[in-house]
Design a protein around this ligand. Sequence first.
Ligand code: SF4
Length: 196
Amino acid sequence: MVLWYYASRFFWFFGGDFIELLFVGILLIIGAVVLFVYAARMFFSVREEKKSFGIPDGRILYSDLNVPAEPLLSKHSRLIGKPDYIVRKEKHCIPVEIKSGGGLHPHESQVLQLAVYCQILEDVSGVFVPEGILVYNNVPYTIPFDPKLRFELESVMKTMRASLRNDVVQRNHQDLARCRYCSMKRYCTDLVREKH
Ligand code: SF4
């Protein structure tokens, strides 16, 4: 409003059409430059942030990190899940899962979790998903969603569903630490207990 007031005073003082147009033109150019600089800064800061988190270049189509997102559901595979990100990379959509900590290799269970996201994404989009990405300490690991991983996922799902049908699920490890930090330990009747 203040700007408009001074502009009108300015036009009134000079009273010429040309000056009026010139002034409006200058204002528009300044506005366009400000918008361009702002958009460029946003673009580069988002790109830097993505790089610092190990997220690949490409448009982010889905994010569960900043604001909780709706879970993705595949009725066909009977799977549900929420990847941290879905990024469009060339013609494909790629799920990205960010993990705290990590070691020299991606963990087997986390590779399977990522495989679930690849399968869901492929089912809901109807488009081939060639790979997913696991990020450990800002370092991305590309995991191919190849026939071997697809077969492994299918076989684990079959075993899990068979166990659920039987109502009895056998523990398949003796790892005390795994039970100690398991989110299900409150309900589990078969956890590995510490020896006293
Ligand atoms: S607490 Fe139970 S569900 Fe969790 S890891 Fe141990 S055995 Fe498995």
